[in-house]
Design a protein around this ligand. Sequence first.
Ligand code: SF4
Length: 119
Amino acid sequence: METIVCIECPNGCELEVEKVNGEITVRKNRCKRGVDFAKAELLNPKRTISSTVKTVFPNVPVLPVRVSAEIPKARIFDVMKEINNVCLDKRIGKGEIIIQDVLGLGADIIATSNILKTL
Ligand code: SF4
């Protein structure tokens, strides 16, 4: 049995999770979302990333970005390497794609600010 904290809402339930003969049992969850979260954490944990990319513009040296969808937790460092390799030379706006389908994971890296368009 292992204990994991559900991050689906501010309650932060400490879930007791057990896998026996391929069957996952979850206890101490206050709602069904905790069961879904625990199963996903055991089988295929995913996370979002927010970060920044470099730009060539001296007045805006970095631009905030995020992934457009959750990615496998195990690939976070690989995706961060891709993000760190970017140096933007176009004045893109909020929601525009910087890296499409990063590493084939089904998520884009998108801008979360219009600062390059306004400065
Ligand atoms: S189990 Fe339900 S109530 Fe508890 S933290 Fe998760 S979402 Fe919130």
